[in-house]
Design a protein around this ligand. Sequence first.
Ligand code: G3H
Length: 249
Amino acid sequence: MTLQSDARLSLSLMDLTSLKEDDTPASILALLNSINPDIGLPAAICVYPQFVTLVKEELEKREWSQIKVATVTNFPSGEQKLQQVVAQTHSAIADGADEIDLVLPYQQLMAGDPDTPWQYVHSSKLACQGKAKLKVIIESGVLAKPKLIAEAAQLAIMAGADFVKTSTGKVAVNATPEAAEVILKTIKSSGKSVGFKAAGGVKSVVEAQRYLRLAEEIMGAEWLNANNFRFGASSLLSDVAVVVNGQSE
Ligand SMILES: O=C[C@H](O)COP(=O)(O)O
């Protein structure tokens, strides 16, 4: 694989993301305007719930309806009430969200309580069932220890996650190849059809390549498509454009 083909592949696997506190309709439109269809389209756009309707309408207007709309719940701290999280999930789906990125209450897991996080995933899955994919953010950089990362990934898988996602992008350590390896191996050994999303801090195609190769090694090259693998990234798109336009080799 060349850098250019990996750049195109990374774009096809990308959840182009903006989850900034000061996001506005104008900044979300600017995010959509940063897509150059001549280079390719991302897999999804990931925004806060209040922008789901706007993104859905804009994607239809631009005839890019194949791009999924993703949003976040219990984000970023993982500390909201379960009832509120379930309500957020229903309302985001009603607004047109295709994918829900739920923050696992990872603090509870770290405190020795796996039941609460399990309930969040299970209840969110019931709310999503048949209508949206559920991606579960385990915040691997905070969990830190491989054993805890594996435990969180396994819990998410067993409770119904469609994807296990590394990070919110809001803590000191976000996606790392080390955490990705643990999660991918946990998915593989589960024998379930669950995807993986590396999110937070993936800014260059060269960095993205480490995750692509890791996923190919562990899961096989044929597994590497947007049904199974995503990058959650706010700034990888600009490096993809630089690489594809041949300004960097
Ligand atoms: O889910 C995606 C992350 O929030 C994006 O993080 P990033 O801004 O470091 O690319």
